[in-house]
Design a binder for this molecule. Structure first.
Ligand SMILES: C[S@@+](CC[C@H](N)C(=O)[O-])C[C@H]1O[C@@H](n2cnc3c(N)ncnc32)[C@H](O)[C@@H]1O
Length: 386
C-alpha cells in the first residue's frame, strides 16, 4: 500500500453491515456523491472503512442518522487510488493550490490537437501566481490524456494574419500540432497561424449544407484550410482558397495531402484585395463565375464585400458572411450592414437562408453568420442589355 496522504472522513461499519451502509447512502443521498472515490476502501479486522466526501452540514446530519444505524463517522489517514483519473481541474487541484486561487482556474479552454490553450482571469495580488499557473497547466495535462503541451493566451487575436501572442507554460515545448475535426485533420502552428476549434459546428453546417455538384467556390480567408477541406471532402466541387499568411498557405497545402478529398482545391498565397485589380489573372478568371464565397474574417469581412461581389455570378450566388456585431440586436445590425454594403456594389439580397449568432465574442459583441443568396441588381443588368 502507498503511504497515507492526510486524514479524511470514513464511514466505519462492521463487515456484516456493509450492505446496509450502501443502502443507507442510496436512501439518504440519492443525488449526492458521498463516497470519495479518489481514496481506497480500507479493511481492518472486522471493519470496513468507506472514504466519504461531505460538507459540515451533511456531516452533522449524518452523525445523527448514522448513529441511529450504528454507523460511525471517523477521521483517519487516507490512501489515494494509484490509477485514479481526475474528472476535472478543480478536483485535480484540490490539495495542490490554495483555495483562494481557485478563481484562477479557467472554466473552459481550447484544445487544438495535443495543445491546450488557457486564458486566466486576472486576479490581483495573488502571490506565486506564476507557480499556480504551472500547477493548473500540469492538472490540464493530467485531466486530458491527449494534451501534451500547455500555452497561455497573452494578447488578443490581432494583425493581418489574425494570430495571437501565446506563452509556453508546460509539457513538450512545441507549437505545431495536428487537429482532428469532423473527420478531417489539420496540421498547423498555433503561434504562426489562426485556428479556432470553436467553429467546429459552423464548419459542419456549411460543409453539410446544400452544396451542388461542380460548384465553383471561393474561400477568401482560408487559413490552414478547414472550411475548404471539409467541403471538398464531401462534395465534388472546385474551391479556390486564398490566404495572405505564407505559413497558413503552406499548412493548407499540406492539409490537402493529409485528407482524402473528393473535390479540387487550388490554394493561393495572396492578399485577396488584388483579385479586383484589372490585370490580376485569377481575379479576372473568376470574375462573376463563382457560386459561393466564404468570408471568415469577422473583424474586416465587410471591407471585402466588393471582392465577393466581383466574384459572384450576376445571376446569383451564396455568401457565407461572418462578422462581429455590437449588442444589442446583433443579428439585425449585421443584416443591415451586409445589405447596405452589397447594395453599394449593385447587388441585392434575394434570400437570407440563415442569420444567427455563432458565438459570443466579447461581453459587448457576438459573432454572427449570414448565409445569403445575392443577385446583381436587375436595373443594372437591363442597362447592360440595352
Ligand atoms: C479568422 S482567420 C480564418 C481562417 C480559416 N477560415 C479558419 O476557419 O480557420 C482569417 C484568415 O484570413 C487571412 N487574411 C486576412 N486578411 C487577408 C487578405 N486581405 N487576403 C487574404 N487572406 C487574408 C489571415 O491570414 C487568416 O488566416
Amino acid at each position: 500500500m502507498n503511504s497515507p496522504e492526510g486524514k479524511i472522513f470514513y464511514f466505519k461499519v462492521a463487515k456484516k453491515d456493509a450492505q446496509e451502509l450502501i443502502n443507507f447512502i442510496g436512501r439518504f443521498y440519492p443525488n449526492d456523491k458521498i463516497l470519495n472515490d479518489r481514496y481506497k476502501i480500507l479493511k481492518e479486522g472486522n471493519n470496513i472503512f468507506f472514504p466519504i466526501k461531505i460538507s459540515q452540514k451533511q456531516l452533522k446530519d449524518l452523525k445523527k442518522k448514522g448513529n441511529k444505524m450504528q454507523i460511525k463517522i471517523i477521521k483517519k489517514y487516507g490512501y489515494k487510488k494509484k490509477d485514479y483519473k481526475h474528472k476535472n481541474l478543480e478536483e485535480a487541484l484540490e490539495d495542490k493550490i490554495p483555495e483562494k486561487s481557485f478563481d484562477l482556474i479557467p472554466k473552459s479552454y481550447d484544445i487544438i490537437g495535443d495543445i491546450a490553450i488557457l486564458e486566466f482571469n486576472e486576479i490581483e495580488r495573488l502571490r506565486d501566481i506564476e507557480k499556480i499557473k504551472k500547477k493548473i497547466s500540469m492538472a490540464v495535462i493530467e485531466v486530458n490524456k491527449n494534451v501534451k503541451t500547455v500555452y497561455e493566451k497573452i494578447g488578443k487575436v490581432s494583425g493581418d494574419y489574425r494570430t495571437r501572442e501565446l506563452k509556453f507554460l508546460m509539457g513538450t515545448k512545441k507549437s505545431e500540432t495536428i487537429h482532428r475535426e469532423n473527420n478531417c485533420q489539420f496540421k498547423l502552428d498555433i503561434e504562426k497561424t489562426f485556428f479556432t476549434p470553436r467553429l467546429i459546428n459552423e464548419r459542419r453546417k456549411i460543409s453539410h449544407s446544400n452544396i451542388r455538384k461542380f460548384e465553383t467556390i471561393v474561400d477568401l480567408f482560408a487559413g490552414v484550410g478547414p472550411f475548404s477541406v471539409q467541403i471538398a471532402k464531401l462534395h465534388n466541387v472546385k474551391i479556390y482558397a486564398f490566404d495572405k499568411n505564407p505559413h497558413a498557405y503552406n499548412y493548407m497545402k499540406e492539409n490537402l495531402q493529409l485528407n482524402d478529398i473528393r473535390g479540387e482545391i487550388y490554394p493561393f498565397n495572396m492578399d485577396v484585395s488584388n483579385l479586383i485589380k484589372p490585370h490580376n489573372k485569377i481575379g479576372t478568371k473568376l470574375k462573376n463565375k463563382v457560386n459561393r464565397v466564404i468570408m471568415n474574417l469577422p473583424e474586416h469581412a465587410s471591407d471585402f464585400l466588393d471582392i465577393a461581389c466581383h466574384l459572384i455570378r450576376e445571376k446569383g450566388g451564396i455568401i457565407h458572411f461572418y462578422l462581429f456585431s455590437e449588442k444589442p440586436n446583433t443579428i439585425k445590425k449585421a443584416r443591415n450592414k451586409f445589405q447596405e454594403k452589397i447594395e453599394g456594389f449593385n447587388y441585392y439580397i434575394d434570400e437570407i437562408t440563415r442569420a444567427e449568432i455563432v458565438k459570443s465574442y466579447s461581453p459587448k459583441s457576438n459573432m454572427i453568420v449570414i448565409d445569403a443568396f445575392i443577385r446583381k441588381n436587375q436595373t443594372h443588368l437591363m442597362r447592360n442589355f440595352k
